[in-house]
Design a protein around this ligand. Structure first.
Ligand SMILES: Cc1cc2nc3c(=O)[nH]c(=O)nc-3n(C[C@H](O)[C@H](O)[C@H](O)COP(=O)(O)OP(=O)(O)OC[C@H]3O[C@@H](n4cnc5c(N)ncnc54)[C@H](O)[C@@H]3O)c2cc1C
Length: 481
């Protein structure tokens, strides 16, 4: 019997697990996927927003501003990438000025650090590639970007170091309320028991809630966002995140520098019935170009390396719905976590542990809780001398597998083996960036497949690209292995 079972190993679930693991309680996270951070946490803009946008007084506003500050703590403790870009919110038309001023007042009301209105000349001097017609800007210096997959992986690794468990490939199919807690059953018939259940299942949160409640107080309305990714060769094209004035469907199409130097253009905003369809659409991709061109001039579209899409867990409740069940004691909702959910996640985790669950009342703090994660440094970031020593230790460090990102065979093997190892192509991309560069895996994928096969003993046609049953090789040909 667990004390706390969290459904969903996205950034919400993994950071909640880490927060709860500060206490002497038995904690488990379950996820239907074969890796942590495979849904919204995988495909988003990666912005740690300042908190300028949510309506004052909402949970979104409060937790976004707190979350933004907590990222500095996470950076120290979990050694996650964080780039302090700042942001400009730009307007091009006189009639948009009142909206810009309203947002400035909103940012101040939300407690955002030093938001300021700038005239076009000042904005242009600081960010030369902004579009010629820009009239004014809202400067949001506390805006940052991070690497969301790594935050989720790091949070889960640290929670596990502090005693929490993780069950992947566990799709919750049914939840039964028992006298002393809950009985969960997976699609494969595996059962787990827990005193408390926390529903952090993203776009599936309403479906999970309906397993327990008759009247679920919200409905998830999935909202797809599509992107262009520009190669890291464009690093420095803009220093800051560029936002337009937000509209009724959210923050609009943005220009977003990333921690590794790439630039994202997007996202679009389209409601869809499907909770996980991440297809790209030609018309949406065209719209991104039209909108991005309003923010910056001469965008180097010729450096596009891919497109992708993610699905937001927007809900009919509109604010984050972080509440105890009104019907079933012991069941808690962490639902409707759309943007700024990535930003708010560290604050959501604290809010869940301290306010929602009041965990300190039920379990003592661990005297030996260790908040730190020791991150393996990428081989490419080491000095010549450090690289020589590594190669002497293990000659596979001398074998570059991914030429774009300079990832070695030794690093591929280490990422497969753990501590939170993974043996899918995408899982390795998330951990060590093999396949993230200009060629998008064209050169390295076959070699990475061979290494996975060697370490796991799986045949290459049994190795998944991403989710369960997504092999990229179908069968052996006459050439053989
Ligand atoms: C296009 C887009 C852009 C965004 N940009 C930003 C941004 O720049 N800044 C920002 O702050 N926020 C942004 N967000 C929002 C942010 O990405 C999300 O709020 C955050 O990732 C949500 O994390 P989560 O853990 O709640 O959900 P998810 O990451 O979706 O995790 C939910 C998990 O639940 C699991 N699950 C579902 N059903 C079951 C089941 N039956 N059994 C077991 N497991 C199950 C899923 O497999 C999944 O892993 C964006 C989102 C999108 C889609």
């Amino acid at each position: 019997m667990y004390d706390y079972l969290i459904i969903g190993a996205g950034i919400s679930g993994t950071l909640i697990a880490r927060e709860l693991s500060r206490f002497e309680a038995r904690i488990i996270v379950v996820d239907k996927e074969n890796d942590v951070g495979n849904h919204a946490t995988l495909a988003n803009s990666a912005i740690v927003h300042s908190g300028h946008d949510p309506v004052p007084g909402t949970l979104k506003a409060k937790l976004a501003v707190q979350g933004n500050r907590l990222y500095h703590v996470l950076q120290k403790e979990l050694d996650i990438p964080l780039r302090k870009t700042g942001a400009f919110l730009l307007v091009q038309h006189q009639e948009e000025i009142p909206g810009l001023e309203r947002l400035h007042r909103r940012a101040l009301a939300n407690g955002v650090e030093t938001p300021a209105l700038l005239d076009a000349q000042t904005a242009k001097a600081r960010e030369p590639m902004i579009q010629e017609g820009t009239l004014a800007a809202l400067d949001l210096p506390s805006t940052m970007v991070t690497y969301p997959w790594e935050v989720a992986i790091a949070a889960m690794e640290n929670a596990m170091k502090n005693g929490a468990s993780l069950r992947l490939n566990y799709e919750v199919k049914a939840i039964t309320k028992m006298e002393d807690g809950f009985l969960l059953e997976s699609t494969e018939g595996s059962r787990l028991r827990s005193k408390v259940v926390i529903n952090a299942a993203g776009t599936f949160a309403d479906r999970i809630a309906a397993m327990v409640e008759r009247d679920v107080p919200y409905r998830i309305t999935p909202r797809r966002g599509e992107y262009y990714v520009l190669d890291k060769a464009v690093d420095g094209f803009v220093k800051r995140v560029l936002y337009p004035l937000p509209g009724k469907n959210g923050k609009g199409v943005l220009v977003v520098p990333q921690v590794h130097g790439n630039i994202l253009l997007g996202p679009t905003s389209d409601y869809q019935d499907d909770k996980e369809n991440v297809a790209n659409h030609a018309a949406d991709i065209e719209k991104i170009r039209r909108d991005a061109d309003k923010l910056a001039k001469d965008i180097p579209y010729d450096k596009t390396i891919r497109t992708f899409a993610g699905v937001r867990a927007s809900s009919t409740y509109e604010d984050f719905y972080i509440e105890p069940s009104k019907e079933v004691p012991g069941f808690y909702h962490v639902a409707g976590i759309d943007s700024p959910g990535l930003t708010a996640a560290p604050a959501i985790a604290k809010y869940v542990a301290d306010t929602l669950l009041d965990i300190g009342k039920h379990y003592p703090r661990k005297s030996d809780f260790d908040p730190f994660r020791t991150k393996t440094r990428a081989f490419r970031s080491l000095s010549d001398e450090e690289q020589r020593l590594k190669i002497a230790e293990n000659p596979r460090y001398a074998r570059i597998v991914c030429k774009c990102e300079r990832v070695t065979a030794a690093e591929v093997v280490e990422a497969i083996k753990g501590p939170l190892g993974n043996d899918t192509l995408k899982g390795l991309k998330k951990r060590i960036r093999a396949g993230s560069g200009l060629c998008q895996g064209g050169y390295c994928e076959s070699e990475v497949l061979s290494l996975i096969s060697e370490v796991t003993g799986k045949r290459p046609d049994e190795i998944d690209y991403y989710r369960k049953n997504t092999p990229i090789l179908k069968q052996e040909t006459k050439v053989g292995r």
